[in-house]
Design a protein around this ligand. Structure first.
Ligand SMILES: Nc1ncnc2c1ncn2[C@@H]1O[C@H](COP(=O)(O)OP(=O)(O)O)[C@@H](O)[C@H]1O
Ligand SMILES: O=C(CO)[C@@H](O)[C@H](O)COP(=O)(O)O
Length: 536
């Protein structure tokens, strides 16, 4: 993308599962530069698939920390080669895939603060990590630690009231507890533990960046009302954890000025501010300028659905996070692990790997799929905890296969029915004025969005860019520049481009899905009762 010289701007970064992305947003809030580095494609030496390594136990999932560092080197060099004028960057912020943890080895802060501008980051940070393969959000190997944590605080509901979520395998506290139990040496050799978001911020700051309240809410460690670490949770996970985490900060905090490394090597102004990085879902909420009553659906590696909440209403399903743009408020989030990678698998199996053919199958089949319903969870799903593929015909009889086109519609309808059912479980109701804001890679696909509109019976809007986490990060940087706490985020972004309408429900859609939704919910319960461990 071409870059106009001398355009004052803020940068928004996203360190997500499959790639590192960046946008530059000018003072009129227009995106004028976008770029990305895709881990599998651009850094094949790390041998990741979808940006991750799935271990032999099928439960442990990690990503190499040096891959993330090298991706940052690569993308900055690409920007430099394209003539990007770094001297105009007023501030930057960013996002990271949530829950993943980075373990900085003792002595790392010294290296971070004395980087030589003549060398890329990855050459200098080689020895800075006590764990080279970081556990990420797809990991589900910490069930034992989850049960220990819940027991320590009086049960799943008590933990949810305190931290916004019952214990989840991917949540960072449980991951840290596992590391401490299985590799105490690496744990004690870690001077600092970052989330992916605060790790990325640290690279820009040249010192350890604090964890922000919003991404910090995805750890099972933060008391979301008081916004302090819970001593009971810290104690249940690992010793001396508070000093390794540092104090959490409001998400809109300016955490410092950019490290001299970037001033010398790329020409950033020394005054360029770094605003606390946050989770990719909270950053998307900012990027979509979500309003109360709207519902956001992110169709990235994971599918997530999130809402703005005035008050926290912790439950045994879903998560409550501190709101990233308004310290008094909250957001609710549901995460579905079998998102884009599951859609890609079915595309490869039934549509010769072509999104075009996949779309044609959606166009050529009818709403409601003649009563055929499917559940597609190749990896253990988070919402709900089910694994496997389960297909049912119109008589609720389980069948072993569907014709290709039926399979594709069953997948997409099933994914969106699950989202609506679980959002309603959190108390959400589709209203006449409801807008669905869609983002993430699959929101490129109009036929997928049509099914989303039909299942929810509400119009679907998209942003010009599918990278709402990047755009939200750039908006948050502007908010930080404007003095953040004293200025409403909505005021700072009021002139930003509005999302555009991508799909409206087809006539008759509500009739079709009102009949199918209860059936889907019943069949989900049937599968769950055959398989699931009892919840507390
Ligand atoms: N036309 C399309 N139709 C459906 N899915 C798509 C399309 N284009 C891209 N995708 C999906 O988008 C995914 C990447 O989404 P993205 O939001 O960029 O991921 P992340 O931020 O998690 O790295 C890919 O895995 C791919 O399956
Ligand atoms: O675990 C969650 C949210 O709780 C995931 O949504 C991660 O935040 C990964 O994000 P993507 O890379 O799929 O955007």
């Amino acid at each position: 993308m071409t870059e106009r010289a001398g355009r004052r701007c803020c940068l928004g970064w996203d360190f997500s599962t499959q790639q590192v992305k960046i946008v530059a947003v000018d003072a009129e809030l227009n995106v004028f530069y976008e770029d990305s580095v895709h881990f599998d494609r651009d850094l094949p030496e790390f041998g990741t698939q979808g940006g991750v390594h799935v271990h032999k136990d099928r439960l442990t999932v990690t990503s190499p920390v040096l891959m993330w560092v090298q991706a940052l080197d690569l993308i900055l060099e690409k920007m430099k080669a394209s003539g990007f004028d770094f001297s105009q960057v007023l501030a930057l912020s960013g996002a990271g895939q949530q829950h993943g943890s980075v373990y900085w080895k003792t002595g790392a802060s010294l290296v971070l603060s004395s980087l030589s501008p003549t060398l890329p980051l990855h050459q200098q940070l080689q020895a800075c990590f006590s764990v080279r393969d970081c556990p990420i959000w797809m990991d589900s190997s910490t069930t034992a630690q989850c049960r220990q944590l819940e027991a320590a605080v009086g049960g799943a509901r008590a933990l949810s009231c305190l931290t916004g979520s019952r214990a989840y395998e991917r949540f960072t506290g449980n991951q840290i507890a596992k590391l401490f139990q299985q590799n105490p040496e690496a744990y004690s050799n870690s001077e600092r533990i970052s989330l992916v978001s605060s790790f990325a911020a640290s690279l820009f700051l040249g010192r350890h960046a604090p964890i922000d309240y919003s991404d910090g809410s995805g750890m099972n460690l933060l008391q979301i009302q008081e916004k302090v670490w819970s001593q009971a949770c810290l104690g249940a996970c690992a010793p001396n954890l508070e000093e390794k985490l540092g104090s959490p900060v409001p998400s809109c905090s300016v955490v410092g000025a950019i490290s001299d490394y970037y001033v010398q090597r790329y020409g950033f102004p020394p005054t360029c501010k770094v605003v606390a990085f946050t989770g990719d879902n909270p950053a998307s909420l900012a990027g979509m300028r979500l309003e109360e009553g709207d519902i956001a659906v992110s169709l990235g590696t994971s599918d997530t659905l999130f809402l703005w909440l005035q008050e926290p209403m912790p439950a045994l399903e879903g998560h409550i996070f501190c709101n990233p743009v308004d310290a008094q408020h909250y957001m609710a989030l549901l995460c579905f692990k079998n998102g884009s990678l599951m859609r890609e698998k079915i595309r490869d199996e039934t549509a010769s790997g072509s999104w075009n053919k996949f779309s044609k199958a959606l166009q050529s089949t009818e709403m409601g799929n003649h009563g055929n319903l499917g559940f597609y969870f190749d990896v253990m799903e988070i919402t709900p905890e089910i694994i496997g593929r389960h297909r049912f015909n119109a008589e609720n009889i389980e069948v072993s296969a569907f014709p290709g086109d039926v399979e594709i519609r069953a997948l997409i309808e099933g994914q969106f029915m699950a989202k609506r059912i679980h959002a309603e479980g959190l108390g959400y109701r589709v209203m006449p004025k409801t807008k669905i804001l869609a983002t993430g890679g699959a929101s490129h696909n109009k036929d997928i969005l049509q099914v989303l509109a039909d299942v929810f019976g509400a119009p679907v809007y998209v942003m010009d860019t599918t990278s709402s986490a990047c755009v939200g990060s750039a908006y948050r940087a502007f908010h930080g520049l404007a003095g953040a706490a004293g200025v409403a985020f909505s005021e700072v972004v009021k002139s930003a481009p509005h999302p555009s309408l991508a799909a409206t429900p087809n006539p008759g859609a509500s009739h079709v899905y009102e009949a199918l939704l209860p059936r889907y919910a019943e069949l989900e319960q049937r599968i769950l009762s055959q398989a699931q461990r009892p919840l507390q």
